[in-house]
Structures are given as C-alpha cells and as structure tokens.
Design a protein. Sequence first.
Length: 157
Amino acid sequence: MKIRSFVIRLDSDHFFNDQNKINSFLDSVNFVKSSVSFIDGKSKFWTLLIHYKESDSKPENVEYQIDEMSKSETGIIPNSADLLPDEKKITEHLKEWRRQRGEKERLPLFMIITNSDIETIAKKQPKDVSDFFGLKGFGQRKIERYGEEIIALLNSI
C-alpha cells in the first residue's frame, strides 16, 4: 500500500483546483482509505492522506472500509461505463448537488460523497433514508447529514 498527501487550500483561487487534483488522482488508483485534518493557523486548509494501491485497471471486487464501526466488507464498485442512461442522468444531478454542498460547506467534493458512491446510489436508487444503511460509503453520520437531501433529489429527477 502507498500513501500520498494533499493540501486543500480554502481560498477560492485554489480550492477547486486542489479538489480536481485529488479527484483525478482517485480516478487513477485503487482507493483504500483516507484521513484528514483541518489546519487552523495563519492560513486555514485541509490536509489529506490517501492510502492506495496502484493498478493498471481498477478491479470490480474490492475490500473497502465503511466506517470505524464495521471494519470491512466486500462489494462491487460500479463502473460508470456500466451505468444505464437514466443512471447516468442521476449521477450528473448528484454531482451537481455535491458541488453545491462542497461550496457551501467548504469541503472537498470527495468528503461530501465520492464518485463511486454516486454511482452506487444511481444503481440502487434508494427510496427512503433507511435504504442507505449498508450502502458502501454511508455511515450513520453521512446518512443523517445528506440522506434526506439525496432522497429529495432522486424524487425530483
């Protein structure tokens, strides 16, 4: 396993560029886990450590961490090429929602919800907040924070 560190500067000149670098990196590796810290000094910024495995192509079956409560679970990460047209439409709406939330909360987009989590939602299309339990990337906190908004968004599409 390898580790790469990133800095996410909060000023508007750098914020989205820093996020795009991270998202591009995440698209090229097999994500294992991450840790973040907020630095509140002369300048405020997030530091991010990404633990990853290099690979020419991402495997369909991987082990991933859901949250601190449950250690790991094996599952399938959907591939955007496998999405149906209506699922692709859902992913575009979810990405726009995530971008707006990221701006509002001043958080990197992947900390709101990752691309693979968006694709999982597009595939599963949860109808109720309780449908998020057991979905990769959704622990209690994230469900409480974003579940209702995502359900409302899915119902509006």
